[in-house]
Design a protein around this ligand. Structure first.
Ligand SMILES: Cc1cc2nc3c(=O)[nH]c(=O)nc-3n(C[C@H](O)[C@H](O)[C@H](O)COP(=O)(O)O)c2cc1C
Length: 339
């Protein structure tokens, strides 16, 4: 029981800290260095633009998914309800936060009830998978009839977290086994330090076909966990790693170049629809935003719907201003990288 209370307290801390600007990377994810060549002759009407797409063989209104954010605490249920109802209303997929606590406590997971036909992605930590195996993965999927299972890799977060998992042996093997045996696709993500080409190749060899890059530049989990860590010694050890990782804008083209057949979700510091357009141009099929949905999710379903609508309109503007009628056109738009 004490463990469950500790997990629930930790999740509540995570939400409160993630809302603060001080735990967002100060330098950003590098998106501002990327400039589309303006096309002041779009030769189309704004309403001609179509940013709809396909994800996991289903139509989605835009190449955008609500990024994984943990439930498992008092506010978690409310946050998940607002996100799931908005996902359902907007035809946008939703990634659930870690299902570990709910599965261990046997708590009801209502996301499918709130989003009966939306694409819902389950979520587990890689070390839980390594410790508890396929059975846990299957239960995570079954409990919400998930369309895919997301496995998160967060070794830095675990190091900074008091009592975090330190044994990362056989994690790749656990992922490989899950990919081979689970009926739904497996997506592997980081949480804000990024997945680079070397790891992406290993994951691809293990059968993974989707990677969410989750690069540096948005929410900093080292910073959040450090704020919760009272040990002066551990604070001193962790300090140089506060900015660990690679920027999302560096990782996307690097992974796309090294593994052209791998499907990529651009994430980590994506903050508006112009960033979504930049990710698509850099080789992503989809994008994910987590922290920007947190404040609206605490407010209401309507606030989340409004956020999604603004993101879509910003993407539409970016497409209009580059003369891109479709996402395929956007992938060919001229882009310059500032020094
Ligand atoms: C409050 C909060 C809780 C999160 N919980 C999870 C989680 O349970 N599982 C996971 O894979 N990622 C989790 N993340 C990480 C995000 O999915 C994302 O990878 C990371 O925050 C970087 O994206 P951002 O800059 O858009 O926030 C969480 C993020 C936030 C803000």
């Amino acid at each position: 029981m004490k463990d469950h209370k500790a997990i629930s307290d930790r999740k509540a801390d995570h939400i409160a800290l993630a809302l603060k600007d001080s735990h967002q990377s100060a330098q950003g994810a590098g998106f501002d260095r990327l400039r589309f060549e303006p096309n002041p002759l779009p030769q189309m009407a704004l309403e001609d633009i179509d940013h709809s797409s396909q994800f996991l063989n289903q139509p989605v209104a835009a190449p955008l998914l609500i990024g994984a954010m943990t439930g498992g605490c008092e506010n978690g249920e409310l946050i998940n309800r607002h996100l799931a109802e908005a996902a359902q209303a907007c035809q946008i997929p939703m990634a659930l936060g870690s299902q570990r606590a709910a599965l261990e406590q046997g708590t009801l997971q209502n996301a499918r009830h709130w989003a009966p036909s939306a694409l819902l992605l389950g979520n587990l930590g890689a070390t839980q998978l390594q410790q508890q195996g396929l059975d846990l993965a299957q239960r995570a999927v079954d409990s919400v009839q998930a369309n895919a299972l997301v496995i998160h890799l967060n070794p830095l977060q675990e190091l900074v977290q008091p009592n975090g998992d330190r044994d990362w042996n056989l994690v790749l093997e656990a992922i490989q086994n899950t990919v081979a045996k689970l009926e739904v696709p497996v997506i592997v993500k980081e949480v804000g330090a990024g997945i680079g080409p070397s790891t992406a190749k290993k994951l691809m060899d293990a059968g993974v076909s989707w990677i969410e890059v989750a690069g540096r530049g948005g929410t900093s989990w080292a910073s959040i966990e450090l704020a919760r860590n009272q040990s002066q010694r551990e604070q001193e050890i962790a300090a140089p790693f506060i900015d660990w990782g690679m920027d999302t804008v560096e990782l996307l083209p690097a992974v796309h170049g090294a593994c052209p057949t791998l499907n990529l979700i651009g994430s980590g510091g994506v903050r508006h629809g112009l960033d979504i357009a930049r990710c698509i141009r850099l080789g992503a099929q989809m994008t994910a935003l987590a922290q920007p949905f947190l404040a609206p999710a605490l407010e209401s379903t309507e606030a989340v719907i409004e956020k999604i609508s603004i993101l879509q309109e910003q993407l539409r503007w970016a497409m209009f201003l580059t003369g891109s009628r479709s996402l395929t056109d956007l992938r060919g738009a001229a882009l310059a990288q500032l020094p």
